[in-house]
Design a binder for this molecule. Structure first.
Ligand code: SAM
Length: 348
Protein backbone atom coordinates (compact mmCIF):
# COMPACT_ATOMS: atom_id res chain seq x y z
CA UNK A 1 0.00 0.00 0.00
CA UNK A 2 1.16 3.50 -0.89
CA UNK A 3 1.16 5.58 2.35
CA UNK A 4 1.45 8.81 0.36
CA UNK A 5 -1.78 7.95 -1.40
CA UNK A 6 -3.48 7.42 1.97
CA UNK A 7 -2.52 10.95 3.00
CA UNK A 8 -3.49 12.31 -0.42
CA UNK A 9 -6.94 10.79 0.07
CA UNK A 10 -7.21 12.14 3.63
CA UNK A 11 -6.42 15.65 2.40
CA UNK A 12 -9.05 15.29 -0.30
CA UNK A 13 -11.63 14.45 2.37
CA UNK A 14 -10.53 17.50 4.39
CA UNK A 15 -11.43 19.56 1.32
CA UNK A 16 -14.79 17.80 1.25
CA UNK A 17 -15.44 18.70 4.91
CA UNK A 18 -14.88 22.34 3.96
CA UNK A 19 -17.16 21.91 0.93
CA UNK A 20 -20.02 20.49 3.02
CA UNK A 21 -19.72 23.44 5.41
CA UNK A 22 -19.33 25.97 2.59
CA UNK A 23 -22.94 25.38 1.55
CA UNK A 24 -24.18 26.49 4.93
CA UNK A 25 -21.82 29.47 5.06
CA UNK A 26 -22.97 30.63 1.63
CA UNK A 27 -26.64 30.41 2.59
CA UNK A 28 -25.86 32.48 5.72
CA UNK A 29 -23.92 35.03 3.66
CA UNK A 30 -26.79 35.26 1.19
CA UNK A 31 -29.51 35.54 3.83
CA UNK A 32 -27.76 38.19 5.92
CA UNK A 33 -26.70 40.25 2.90
CA UNK A 34 -22.94 39.82 3.49
CA UNK A 35 -22.15 39.23 -0.19
CA UNK A 36 -24.34 42.11 -1.32
CA UNK A 37 -22.67 44.41 1.22
CA UNK A 38 -19.18 43.28 0.15
CA UNK A 39 -19.93 43.58 -3.58
CA UNK A 40 -18.15 46.62 -4.96
CA UNK A 41 -17.42 47.94 -1.46
CA UNK A 42 -13.66 47.42 -1.58
CA UNK A 43 -11.84 45.99 1.46
CA UNK A 44 -13.93 45.83 4.67
CA UNK A 45 -13.16 44.78 8.24
CA UNK A 46 -15.49 42.45 10.10
CA UNK A 47 -16.69 45.46 12.15
CA UNK A 48 -17.52 47.39 8.99
CA UNK A 49 -19.35 44.45 7.43
CA UNK A 50 -21.27 43.82 10.67
CA UNK A 51 -22.23 47.46 10.88
CA UNK A 52 -23.43 47.62 7.28
CA UNK A 53 -25.53 44.47 7.66
CA UNK A 54 -26.83 44.99 11.21
CA UNK A 55 -25.13 41.82 12.48
CA UNK A 56 -22.88 40.79 15.38
CA UNK A 57 -19.17 41.42 14.71
CA UNK A 58 -17.71 38.40 16.49
CA UNK A 59 -19.84 36.00 14.39
CA UNK A 60 -19.06 37.92 11.22
CA UNK A 61 -15.30 37.80 11.86
CA UNK A 62 -15.37 34.01 11.99
CA UNK A 63 -17.54 33.79 8.87
CA UNK A 64 -15.14 36.02 6.94
CA UNK A 65 -12.12 33.93 7.95
CA UNK A 66 -13.91 30.73 6.90
CA UNK A 67 -14.89 32.33 3.59
CA UNK A 68 -11.31 33.42 2.99
CA UNK A 69 -9.98 29.93 3.74
CA UNK A 70 -12.46 28.46 1.24
CA UNK A 71 -11.52 31.03 -1.41
CA UNK A 72 -14.87 32.82 -1.60
CA UNK A 73 -13.49 36.16 -0.33
CA UNK A 74 -9.90 37.48 -0.35
CA UNK A 75 -8.05 38.34 2.85
CA UNK A 76 -5.75 41.34 2.58
CA UNK A 77 -3.69 40.34 5.65
CA UNK A 78 -4.59 43.45 7.69
CA UNK A 79 -8.01 42.49 9.06
CA UNK A 80 -9.77 43.52 5.84
CA UNK A 81 -11.61 41.26 3.41
CA UNK A 82 -12.76 41.79 -0.15
CA UNK A 83 -15.16 40.04 -2.51
CA UNK A 84 -13.34 39.55 -5.85
CA UNK A 85 -15.36 41.18 -8.63
CA UNK A 86 -15.55 37.82 -10.45
CA UNK A 87 -17.45 36.37 -7.44
CA UNK A 88 -20.09 39.12 -7.36
CA UNK A 89 -22.46 37.73 -10.00
CA UNK A 90 -22.24 34.09 -8.80
CA UNK A 91 -23.01 35.14 -5.22
CA UNK A 92 -25.38 38.10 -5.58
CA UNK A 93 -27.15 38.19 -8.96
CA UNK A 94 -30.19 35.95 -8.65
CA UNK A 95 -30.90 35.56 -12.38
CA UNK A 96 -27.31 35.63 -13.70
CA UNK A 97 -26.36 32.39 -15.52
CA UNK A 98 -23.42 32.00 -13.10
CA UNK A 99 -25.54 32.35 -9.92
CA UNK A 100 -24.49 29.49 -7.58
CA UNK A 101 -26.37 30.13 -4.33
CA UNK A 102 -29.39 28.05 -5.37
CA UNK A 103 -27.27 24.95 -6.01
CA UNK A 104 -25.57 25.27 -2.62
CA UNK A 105 -28.90 25.89 -0.88
CA UNK A 106 -30.32 22.74 -2.51
CA UNK A 107 -27.26 20.85 -1.30
CA UNK A 108 -27.61 21.93 2.33
CA UNK A 109 -31.29 21.01 2.15
CA UNK A 110 -30.50 17.62 0.63
CA UNK A 111 -28.07 16.61 3.37
CA UNK A 112 -30.82 17.08 5.96
CA UNK A 113 -32.28 13.83 4.59
CA UNK A 114 -29.15 11.81 5.47
CA UNK A 115 -30.76 9.70 8.22
CA UNK A 116 -34.00 9.15 6.33
CA UNK A 117 -32.23 8.17 3.11
CA UNK A 118 -29.96 5.78 5.01
CA UNK A 119 -33.03 4.15 6.53
CA UNK A 120 -34.72 4.03 3.11
CA UNK A 121 -31.71 2.23 1.72
CA UNK A 122 -32.20 -0.44 4.38
CA UNK A 123 -35.91 -0.85 3.81
CA UNK A 124 -36.16 -0.01 0.09
CA UNK A 125 -38.77 2.65 0.83
CA UNK A 126 -38.66 6.00 -0.90
CA UNK A 127 -38.68 9.61 0.26
CA UNK A 128 -40.92 12.04 -1.58
CA UNK A 129 -39.84 15.46 -2.80
CA UNK A 130 -42.40 17.11 -0.53
CA UNK A 131 -40.84 15.47 2.55
CA UNK A 132 -37.45 17.03 1.88
CA UNK A 133 -36.17 20.03 3.85
CA UNK A 134 -37.62 23.37 2.67
CA UNK A 135 -34.15 24.51 1.53
CA UNK A 136 -34.44 21.87 -1.21
CA UNK A 137 -37.62 23.42 -2.59
CA UNK A 138 -36.44 27.02 -2.42
CA UNK A 139 -32.88 26.13 -3.47
CA UNK A 140 -34.10 24.19 -6.50
CA UNK A 141 -36.15 27.15 -7.70
CA UNK A 142 -33.16 29.46 -7.31
CA UNK A 143 -30.81 26.87 -8.88
CA UNK A 144 -32.84 26.46 -12.07
CA UNK A 145 -34.44 29.87 -12.56
CA UNK A 146 -31.31 31.51 -14.14
CA UNK A 147 -31.35 28.80 -16.83
CA UNK A 148 -35.00 29.56 -17.68
CA UNK A 149 -34.58 33.33 -17.60
CA UNK A 150 -31.43 33.28 -19.73
CA UNK A 151 -32.03 30.44 -22.20
CA UNK A 152 -35.58 29.07 -22.27
CA UNK A 153 -37.31 31.67 -24.44
CA UNK A 154 -34.20 33.05 -26.16
CA UNK A 155 -32.49 29.78 -27.14
CA UNK A 156 -34.28 26.54 -26.22
CA UNK A 157 -37.79 27.19 -27.57
CA UNK A 158 -36.58 28.94 -30.76
CA UNK A 159 -34.48 25.83 -31.47
CA UNK A 160 -37.62 23.68 -31.50
CA UNK A 161 -39.59 23.25 -34.68
CA UNK A 162 -42.27 26.01 -34.86
CA UNK A 163 -42.91 26.00 -31.11
CA UNK A 164 -41.91 29.60 -30.29
CA UNK A 165 -44.15 30.83 -33.14
CA UNK A 166 -47.13 28.90 -31.76
CA UNK A 167 -46.49 30.30 -28.27
CA UNK A 168 -46.38 33.82 -29.68
CA UNK A 169 -49.71 33.31 -31.44
CA UNK A 170 -51.30 31.72 -28.38
CA UNK A 171 -51.45 28.07 -27.40
CA UNK A 172 -52.09 25.95 -24.32
CA UNK A 173 -48.97 24.86 -22.42
CA UNK A 174 -48.55 22.38 -19.57
CA UNK A 175 -45.51 22.55 -17.27
CA UNK A 176 -45.21 19.16 -15.53
CA UNK A 177 -43.47 18.99 -12.14
CA UNK A 178 -43.41 22.79 -12.14
CA UNK A 179 -42.12 23.17 -8.57
CA UNK A 180 -42.29 26.83 -7.57
CA UNK A 181 -43.32 27.78 -11.11
CA UNK A 182 -40.17 29.64 -12.20
CA UNK A 183 -40.36 28.19 -15.72
CA UNK A 184 -44.16 28.59 -16.02
CA UNK A 185 -44.07 32.23 -14.94
CA UNK A 186 -41.17 33.10 -17.22
CA UNK A 187 -43.05 31.54 -20.15
CA UNK A 188 -46.21 33.45 -19.25
CA UNK A 189 -44.30 36.73 -19.09
CA UNK A 190 -42.77 36.12 -22.52
CA UNK A 191 -45.87 34.78 -24.30
CA UNK A 192 -48.90 36.73 -23.00
CA UNK A 193 -51.26 35.24 -25.63
CA UNK A 194 -50.71 31.67 -24.43
CA UNK A 195 -52.30 29.87 -21.47
CA UNK A 196 -50.29 27.93 -18.93
CA UNK A 197 -51.02 25.08 -16.53
CA UNK A 198 -48.37 24.11 -13.99
CA UNK A 199 -48.85 20.80 -12.15
CA UNK A 200 -46.96 19.39 -9.19
CA UNK A 201 -47.99 16.88 -6.50
CA UNK A 202 -46.24 18.86 -3.75
CA UNK A 203 -48.82 21.14 -2.08
CA UNK A 204 -46.18 23.53 -0.70
CA UNK A 205 -44.67 24.04 -4.16
CA UNK A 206 -48.07 24.69 -5.74
CA UNK A 207 -48.83 27.24 -3.05
CA UNK A 208 -45.47 28.99 -3.62
CA UNK A 209 -46.01 28.92 -7.41
CA UNK A 210 -49.44 30.55 -7.04
CA UNK A 211 -47.96 33.29 -4.87
CA UNK A 212 -45.11 33.93 -7.33
CA UNK A 213 -47.61 34.11 -10.22
CA UNK A 214 -49.68 36.68 -8.30
CA UNK A 215 -46.54 38.71 -7.52
CA UNK A 216 -45.58 38.59 -11.22
CA UNK A 217 -49.08 39.68 -12.30
CA UNK A 218 -49.69 36.69 -14.60
CA UNK A 219 -52.65 34.98 -12.91
CA UNK A 220 -54.86 35.87 -15.89
CA UNK A 221 -53.00 33.24 -17.96
CA UNK A 222 -51.39 30.88 -15.43
CA UNK A 223 -53.05 28.21 -13.28
CA UNK A 224 -51.28 25.85 -10.89
CA UNK A 225 -52.80 22.54 -9.82
CA UNK A 226 -51.72 19.95 -7.29
CA UNK A 227 -51.56 16.78 -9.37
CA UNK A 228 -49.15 14.27 -10.88
CA UNK A 229 -47.86 13.99 -14.43
CA UNK A 230 -50.12 11.03 -15.20
CA UNK A 231 -53.27 12.89 -14.05
CA UNK A 232 -52.94 15.49 -16.81
CA UNK A 233 -56.14 16.40 -18.69
CA UNK A 234 -56.76 18.80 -21.60
CA UNK A 235 -54.98 19.39 -24.89
CA UNK A 236 -51.71 21.28 -25.35
CA UNK A 237 -49.39 22.58 -28.03
CA UNK A 238 -46.43 22.23 -25.68
CA UNK A 239 -45.91 20.00 -22.65
CA UNK A 240 -42.70 20.67 -20.76
CA UNK A 241 -40.79 18.65 -18.19
CA UNK A 242 -38.15 20.85 -16.60
CA UNK A 243 -35.60 18.83 -14.65
CA UNK A 244 -38.20 16.43 -13.37
CA UNK A 245 -38.61 13.43 -15.70
CA UNK A 246 -35.89 11.53 -13.82
CA UNK A 247 -37.69 12.27 -10.51
CA UNK A 248 -40.85 10.46 -11.56
CA UNK A 249 -41.71 6.94 -10.49
CA UNK A 250 -43.08 6.17 -13.94
CA UNK A 251 -41.40 8.40 -16.54
CA UNK A 252 -42.66 6.21 -19.40
CA UNK A 253 -46.24 6.52 -18.14
CA UNK A 254 -45.81 10.27 -17.64
CA UNK A 255 -44.54 10.77 -21.18
CA UNK A 256 -47.24 8.49 -22.56
CA UNK A 257 -49.87 10.64 -20.78
CA UNK A 258 -48.24 13.75 -22.25
CA UNK A 259 -48.39 12.21 -25.73
CA UNK A 260 -52.12 11.58 -25.29
CA UNK A 261 -52.72 15.25 -24.42
CA UNK A 262 -50.73 16.90 -27.23
CA UNK A 263 -52.64 18.53 -30.06
CA UNK A 264 -51.89 17.58 -33.68
CA UNK A 265 -48.74 19.79 -33.90
CA UNK A 266 -47.84 19.37 -30.26
CA UNK A 267 -44.33 18.76 -28.92
CA UNK A 268 -42.76 17.80 -25.62
CA UNK A 269 -39.85 19.83 -24.26
CA UNK A 270 -37.63 17.76 -22.02
CA UNK A 271 -34.92 19.47 -19.99
CA UNK A 272 -32.71 16.98 -18.20
CA UNK A 273 -29.24 17.01 -16.60
CA UNK A 274 -26.52 17.07 -19.25
CA UNK A 275 -25.10 13.69 -18.29
CA UNK A 276 -23.07 11.20 -20.27
CA UNK A 277 -24.50 7.78 -21.05
CA UNK A 278 -22.33 5.74 -18.69
CA UNK A 279 -21.08 6.03 -15.13
CA UNK A 280 -17.55 6.43 -16.50
CA UNK A 281 -18.68 9.45 -18.55
CA UNK A 282 -19.99 11.15 -15.40
CA UNK A 283 -16.99 10.81 -13.09
CA UNK A 284 -16.30 14.54 -12.88
CA UNK A 285 -17.30 17.43 -10.55
CA UNK A 286 -20.71 17.94 -12.21
CA UNK A 287 -21.27 14.19 -11.97
CA UNK A 288 -20.35 14.20 -8.27
CA UNK A 289 -22.92 16.92 -7.61
CA UNK A 290 -25.64 15.28 -9.68
CA UNK A 291 -25.06 11.73 -8.40
CA UNK A 292 -25.21 13.21 -4.89
CA UNK A 293 -28.53 14.92 -5.62
CA UNK A 294 -29.72 11.74 -7.29
CA UNK A 295 -28.94 9.63 -4.21
CA UNK A 296 -30.52 12.03 -1.71
CA UNK A 297 -33.40 13.57 -3.69
CA UNK A 298 -34.34 12.24 -7.12
CA UNK A 299 -33.97 8.47 -6.76
CA UNK A 300 -35.73 8.44 -3.33
CA UNK A 301 -38.62 10.43 -4.85
CA UNK A 302 -39.02 7.99 -7.77
CA UNK A 303 -38.86 5.09 -5.30
CA UNK A 304 -41.61 6.74 -3.22
CA UNK A 305 -43.93 6.48 -6.26
CA UNK A 306 -44.59 3.64 -8.71
CA UNK A 307 -40.85 2.92 -9.10
CA UNK A 308 -41.68 1.44 -12.51
CA UNK A 309 -38.54 2.92 -14.09
CA UNK A 310 -36.09 4.69 -11.81
CA UNK A 311 -33.83 6.67 -14.10
CA UNK A 312 -31.61 8.47 -11.60
CA UNK A 313 -30.50 12.02 -12.25
CA UNK A 314 -27.80 11.06 -14.75
CA UNK A 315 -29.62 8.73 -17.10
CA UNK A 316 -28.04 10.41 -20.13
CA UNK A 317 -29.49 11.00 -23.58
CA UNK A 318 -29.41 7.39 -24.81
CA UNK A 319 -31.45 6.02 -21.88
CA UNK A 320 -33.80 9.02 -21.91
CA UNK A 321 -34.39 8.46 -25.63
CA UNK A 322 -35.25 4.80 -24.98
CA UNK A 323 -37.84 5.92 -22.41
CA UNK A 324 -39.30 8.43 -24.90
CA UNK A 325 -39.52 5.76 -27.62
CA UNK A 326 -41.20 3.39 -25.18
CA UNK A 327 -43.76 6.11 -24.44
CA UNK A 328 -44.59 6.44 -28.15
CA UNK A 329 -42.40 9.35 -29.27
CA UNK A 330 -40.70 8.46 -32.53
CA UNK A 331 -38.51 11.55 -32.87
CA UNK A 332 -36.11 12.72 -30.16
CA UNK A 333 -33.78 15.59 -31.01
CA UNK A 334 -31.24 17.45 -28.84
CA UNK A 335 -31.98 21.09 -29.64
CA UNK A 336 -29.76 22.84 -27.09
CA UNK A 337 -27.54 22.31 -24.08
CA UNK A 338 -25.74 24.10 -21.27
CA UNK A 339 -22.94 22.67 -19.10
CA UNK A 340 -25.70 21.42 -16.75
CA UNK A 341 -28.70 20.65 -18.97
CA UNK A 342 -29.58 18.96 -22.23
CA UNK A 343 -32.72 20.11 -24.00
CA UNK A 344 -34.64 17.53 -26.02
CA UNK A 345 -37.59 17.95 -28.38
CA UNK A 346 -39.94 14.95 -28.55
CA UNK A 347 -42.43 14.38 -31.35
CA UNK A 348 -44.83 11.49 -31.88
C1 SAM B 1 -36.13 18.84 -9.34
S1 SAM B 1 -37.73 19.46 -9.08
C2 SAM B 1 -37.93 20.54 -10.50
C3 SAM B 1 -38.97 21.58 -10.25
C4 SAM B 1 -39.18 22.58 -11.40
N1 SAM B 1 -39.53 21.92 -12.65
C5 SAM B 1 -38.00 23.47 -11.59
O1 SAM B 1 -37.37 23.38 -12.66
O2 SAM B 1 -37.67 24.27 -10.70
C6 SAM B 1 -38.76 18.09 -9.46
C7 SAM B 1 -40.25 18.35 -9.31
O3 SAM B 1 -40.98 17.20 -9.75
C8 SAM B 1 -42.12 17.08 -8.92
N2 SAM B 1 -42.67 15.73 -9.03
C9 SAM B 1 -42.33 14.64 -8.30
N3 SAM B 1 -43.09 13.60 -8.64
C10 SAM B 1 -43.95 14.02 -9.60
C11 SAM B 1 -45.00 13.41 -10.36
N4 SAM B 1 -45.29 12.11 -10.21
N5 SAM B 1 -45.67 14.16 -11.26
C12 SAM B 1 -45.36 15.47 -11.44
N6 SAM B 1 -44.37 16.10 -10.76
C13 SAM B 1 -43.67 15.39 -9.85
C14 SAM B 1 -41.58 17.44 -7.54
O4 SAM B 1 -42.62 17.72 -6.62
C15 SAM B 1 -40.67 18.62 -7.88
O5 SAM B 1 -41.35 19.84 -7.78
Amino acid sequence: MDEAKVMEFVFKTVGDVGAVLAGSLVVIGDRLGFYRALAGAGPLTSAELAERTGTAERHVREWLAAQAATGYVSYLGDGRYELPEEHVAPLTQETHPAFVVGALETAIGAVQATDRVAESMRTGAGLSWGDQDHHVHVGCERFFRPGYVNYLTSAWLPAMDGVAERLEQGVAVADIGCGHGASTIHLAQTYPRSRFLGVDPHAGSVEAARKHAADAGVTDRVVFEQSTAKELGGSYGLIAFFDCLHDLGDPVGALRAAGEHLDADGAVLLVEPNAGDSVTDNLNPVGAAYYGFSTLLCTPNALSQEAATVLGTQAGQARTTEVAHEAGFRRVRRVAETPFNMVLELRR
